[in-house]
Design a protein around this ligand. Structure first.
Ligand code: NAP
Length: 240
């Protein structure tokens, strides 16, 4: 079992389902206290009931006030997993500014503001782990997703800059870039699109939320203490 260390608290955004929920479970298994966060209180309550050693708090990452409130309720955070994200796909030519703004605001600005809420405690404790969930498309680009891809590429830049700013305080900052993972986000794809995608994945399958959670748990661990500024691909080899 990966050693994350006793008496630590992790905050996982977007933890009501999918990859975030799997990350919350994986971290809780190591003995860490986990705070699950998302917008829907009912779903959070249900998710948290299934994870011993967890609590939950509502957060809307598109709102600076909501972010402040949620972290004030959550208390001191040692491990932050910025996982929540939304998509509003469309070709750039016709993309509405609102669709650009809302995706950047939730996925990138929300992650940045969440980081600002946890840095002071981590700096004081001289220990911290920040893990930003990016995406394979943040590295490769993807037509029809200019807003989402910009947010995910932005998270990689944020990760590398912050890793350099925070290294002297023993705070590591890394990104995980999942490929295509079976969750609600990809359930909307037609079978034809899915078959086409699998054709481009060397490991010939979609990933599972648990595949991503294992990488997050590792980056949160003591064993990963010398890794910072990295982008860990969990993509079946579809982008190298
Ligand atoms: P998902 O199933 O759509 O879940 C998204 C989570 O984020 C939910 O818990 C949702 O809960 C929460 N959320 C959405 N908007 C929010 C907001 N404004 N404030 C707070 N929470 C919000 O997504 P997923 O597939 O698990 O993806 C998780 C992460 O992995 C995302 O960063 C995604 O970009 C990344 N990723 C996924 C894939 C994939 O194939 N699935 C591939 C690459 C990267 P509420 O709606 O209740 O708020």
């Amino acid at each position: 079992m990966t050693n994350v260390g006793p008496n630590k608290t992790a905050f996982v955004s977007g933890a009501s389902r999918g990859i975030g929920l799997a990350c919350a479970r994986a971290l809780a298994e190591t003995g860490v206290h986990v705070v699950l966060a998302a917008r829907d209180a009912l779903k959070l309550e249900e998710a948290s009931r299934g994870i011993p050693n967890s609590t939950w708090v509502t957060i809307d990452l598109s709102s600076a006030d909501s972010i402040k409130e949620a972290f004030a309720k959550a208390g001191k955070i040692d491990i932050l997993v910025n996982n929540a994200a939304v998509t509003k796909d469309g070709l750039a030519l016709r993309m509405k500014k609102d669709d650009w703004d809302s995706v950047i605001s939730t996925n990138l600005t929300g992650a940045f503001l969440a980081i600002q809420q946890v840095l002071q405690h981590m700096m004081k404790a001289r220990w911290g782990r920040i893990i930003n969930i990016s995406s394979v498309v943040g590295e490769s680009g993807n037509p029809g997703q200019a807003n989402y891809v910009a947010s995910k590429a932005g998270l990689i830049g944020l990760t590398k800059s912050l890793a350099q700013e925070m290294a002297s305080r023993n705070i590591t900052v890394n990104a995980v870039a999942p490929g295509f993972i079976e969750t609600d986000m990809t359930a909307v794809l037609s079978q034809e699109v899915k078959d086409n995608i699998i054709g481009h994945i060397p490991l010939k399958r979609f990933g599972r939320a648990e595949d991503v959670a294992a990488a997050v748990r590792f980056l949160a661990s003591e064993e990963a203490g010398y890794i910072t500024g990295a982008v860990l691909n969990v993509n079946g080899g579809m982008y190298m």
